[in-house]
Ligand binder design. Structure first.
Ligand code: NAI
Ligand code: ENO
Length: 364
């Protein structure tokens, strides 16, 4: 039977989930957003079927309600939903980056009558808005689920089935554990990325060349600092205690680095420090989406002249290799440039490397 879905928050993540659900299921999706322009855009992009200005009626018709707003807003919406007469069999889920506060509230609002299963697809982007939504955004990513202790197993399976089109890997976790883990691998790195950018900003006030030359590595590790401040303010608020512990740890780590630099005459200790970090990072599953997004990148040396990128794109297209993203790395100016080509799979990356090398390109 055709299911009725209500999506609250028709932005990047909500839109991507709606598209993934549509791929697998014949359903009718209502969309609600405090920014009505976003819902209208979602209708015109065929992400949802109908834009609504009021929550009550669609909420009471829904078999599945997905909350995809910033996490503090999600709590407000949950309280509103609790005052409605929802269907007995409804499943409510959310996509928030934090889970403890939301699950605590869910346990206060609902115990047994309505099923609330917390959710967090562990992939995304620094972009916002439904115009960036993609059905494959969560492909191969971990998708954490934090059910209530009272949630029957079948309900979890029912939600997984609805979310099958995300092609993600479901992981059932306790909300406390979830926030500790994501604090370390996602929320804290966000704080550090923002602080690195602030540090460079301070220096760039004194020397304008600093921002101009900030490229490559700096851009990589600070990309997430361009994410939505509105969204991150809520995440940090809900995971403050873990972040404060991590910050204490980090300050100790920086003191350690400082003392190594002060006393390391021949550079051996700092080389060991870098080696240890490299060894651990190299064991991390960077090819699987998760806290570290998976990008199948190939770097290609190109001569900086008109048509150089088009030539590479044509060779790849002729070999049926789709490009996810293409980027000129600005660090290398002059005759040679480096093209960063992001592909969809490891197989495509290997194939792209082979065909480009056959055409005389140097890749790495
Ligand atoms: N951006 C990312 O990479 C990821 C984000 N998340 C989580 O997904 C949620 C949504 O984030 P995005 O889609 O990235 O942001 P977004 O900014 O693209 O979308 C959020 C939408 O929620 C709407 N909204 C805000 N308050 C609302 C309210 N009270 N009622 C209805 N709609 C409201 C906004 O107008 C906006 O359209 C957040 O909770 C975030 O923690 C989870 C995984 C990845
Ligand atoms: O843009 C990126 O690389 C991200 O890491 C996106 C992201 C943001 C918030 C999450 O809760 C999960 C993933």
């Amino acid at each position: 039977m055709k299911k009725t879905v209500l999506l609250v928050g028709t932005g990047l993540i909500g839109g991507s989930i709606a598209l993934a659900i549509r791929k697998e299921h014949d359903c009718f999706i209502y969309g609600f957003d405090i920014n009505f322009e976003q819902v209208e855009k979602a209708v015109s992009l065929q992400v949802i079927d109908e834009a609504v200005r009021d929550l009550e009626e669609p909420a009471e018709k829904a078999d599945l309600i997905i909350l995809a707003s910033p996490v503090e807003e999600t709590k407000k919406i949950m309280k509103i939903l609790a005052s409605y007469k929802l269907k007995e069999k409804v499943i409510i889920t959310d996509v928030g980056s934090t889970k403890r506060d939301i699950m605590k509230l869910a346990n206060e609002l609902w115990n047994g009558d309505v099923t609330f299963i917390g959710g967090h697809p562990m992939a995304g982007s620094h972009k916002t808005g439904v115009e960036s939504a993609k059905a494959h955004l969560f492909e191969n990513a971990f998708y954490c689920l934090t059910p209530q202790t009272t949630t029957p197993y079948e309900k979890i399976e029912e939600l997984k089935k609805m979310l099958k089109g995300t092609n993600s890997k479901f992981l059932v976790l306790d909300a406390e554990e979830h926030d500790y883990i994501t604090g370390a691998v996602s929320h804290f790195p966000h704080v550090i990325a923002a602080s690195l950018v602030k540090q460079v900003k301070k220096h760039s006030d004194q020397n304008p060349f600093i921002s101009m030359l900030a490229a490559g590595g700096f851009r990589d590790i600070t990309r997430i600092a361009s994410s939505s401040p509105r969204m991150w303010k809520d995440i940090v608020k809900q995971n403050r205690d873990n972040l404060l512990d991590l910050l204490d740890d980090w300050i100790m780590e920086m003191r350690n680095v400082k003392s190594i630099l002060e006393s390391d005459e021949n550079g051996k200790a700092i080389a060991r420090y870098f080696q240890e970090a490299k060894d651990f990072r190299d064991t991390m599953p960077v090819r699987a989406k998760g806290a570290i997004p998976s990008y199948y990148d190939l770097f290609v040396d190109i001569v900086d002249q008109p048509g150089a990128i088009a030539k590479i794109a044509t060779i790849l297209a002729e070999n049926e290799i789709s490009i996810t993203n293409i980027n000129i790395i600005e660090a290398r100016e002059g005759l040679l440039g480096v093209l960063q080509v992001t592909l969809q799979t490891e197989e495509h990356r290997i194939k792209a490397r082979t065909v480009l090398e056959q055409h005389g390109y140097e890749t790495y």
